[in-house]
Design a protein around this ligand. Structure first.
Ligand code: NAD
Ligand code: DAU
Length: 337
């Protein structure tokens, strides 16, 4: 039986990917390894918890002793590394844990996976490693790395380590760089779920700066299908950009959410801009489209409608998150804006 180690499987994209893989590959064993930070939530996987092909391991990807024991006691064929500190604003408040998890954690996994000889190691990276675009143009795999936040700098550091393990040791690693995801189980500190949740509770919707920053949004299931393609058919040493050619200004998304929920635009509050705020991201995904025959299936209209409906129908999931730890962070982040 093929065994896939998925790290960060209790987070947003990871939980969607775990569910996707279990449904599509009944002959695979899926090991989900997650530290359960503030962003890890096993409630996101409650429906698949009893699947005999699924098991969960709580632990830190930067804990060498633990990671070595996981590789020693499981015959792991491939690794998909989602585990990360993922929120840009948190990295501005404190960068250290981003380096510990995103850089040292990735290096720890690389060493353990190299020592036991895996078939494939997929490093889930981000388009943010390329920095920011002006009004025109797209990120290609050849765009130089120019990260602007501590988060993206730590992800770029991990990418360079992964690259070096391929070049130096012939380690079978592949890097994916995706644009902004949206969909079910998205932690409500990120733009789309935060705005939906605040609108549903008639709270202010905090838009950074002039609201004209552009992101290139991809429905999370389309990202999962792309990673599946890369895991099975991606060429070692390659980078694959993933994106939906779906550029949206933040303010347009916020207005759309309010319209769909029948809430007034007076809820919009413009707040102080994010320091170092990247202006525009846009992905050229033609390499993965041509080489691995991948393309997105969801349009933004269908994807955002499904997403809003999911948050309307799953209030307990996000309401529980918005208490406790999350609330403390929320106050720290927004009290001065
Ligand atoms: P997330 O914050 O929702 O989930 C991250 C998960 O990693 C959580 O379950 C958390 O508990 C776990 N984790 C954190 N530190 C850990 C550690 N030291 N050891 C083990 N587990 C740990 O993040 P996400 O949005 O699902 O992103 C997943 C990955 O995809 C990240 O690597 C991120 O950089 C990348 N990515 C995200 C997006 C996006 O739009 N969300 C886009 C492109 C790439
Ligand atoms: O591009 C991929 C990246 O997308 C991933 O690598 C990151 O892990 C993921 O968090 C995401 O980063 P962003 O910074 O683009 O996402 P976020 O949802 O934080 O912000 C999206 C845009 O919305 C950005 O321009 C900032 C703005 N924003 C965000 C928040 C939380 C606001 O205007 N108000 C807010 O309250």
């Amino acid at each position: 039986m093929t065994t896939i180690l998925i790290t960060g499987g209790a987070g947003f994209i990871g939980s969607n990917f775990v569910r996707y893989m279990l449904a599509l590959y009944p002959a695979y064993k899926i090991l989900n390894l997650d530290k359960l930070t503030y962003a890890g939530n096993l409630e996101s996987l409650a429906d698949i918890d009893s699947n005999p092909n699924y098991s969960f391991l709580k632990g830190d990807i930067a804990d060498r002793t633990f990671i070595e024991s996981v590789f020693a006691s499981n015959a792991i064929d491939s690794v998909v590394n989602f585990a990360a500190e993922s929120h840009v604003d948190r990295s501005i408040l404190g960068a250290r844990v981003f380096v510990e998890t995103n850089v040292l954690g990735t290096q720890t996994l690389l060493d353990a996976a190299k020592a036991t000889g895996v078939e494939k190691f997929v490093q889930v990276s981000t388009d943010e490693v390329y920095g920011s675009l002006g009004a025109t143009g797209y990120f290609t795999e050849a765009t130089p790395l120019a990260p602007n936040s501590p988060y993206s700098a730590s992800k770029a550091g991990a990418d360079l380590l992964v690259r070096s393990y391929f070049e130096t040791f012939g380690f079978p690693a592949v890097i994916t760089r995706c644009s902004n995801n949206y969909g079910p189980y998205h932690f409500p500190e990120k733009l789309i779920p935060l705005m939906i949740a605040n609108a549903l509770e008639d709270k202010p919707l905090p838009v950074y700066g002039d609201g004209l920053n552009v992101r290139d949004w991809l429905y999370v299931e389309d990202h999962c299908r792309a990673i599946d393609k890369v895991l099975h058919h991606g060429k070692a040493g390659e980078v694959y950009n993933i994106g939906g050619r779906n550029e949206q200004k933040n303010i347009d998304i916020v207005r759309l959410i309010l319209r769909e929920l029948g809430k007034p635009e007076s809820l919009i509050t413009f707040v102080k801009d994010r320091p170092g705020h990247d202006r525009r991201y846009a992905i050229d995904a033609s390499k993965i489209q041509h080489d691995l025959n991948w393309q997105p299936t969801e349009t933004f209209e269908t994807g955002i409608a499904k997403t809003i409906a999911w948050y309307v129908n799953n209030r307990p999931w996000w309401q529980r998150i918005r208490s406790g730890d999350y609330q403390k962070y929320y106050e720290l982040q927004y009290e001065k804006r």
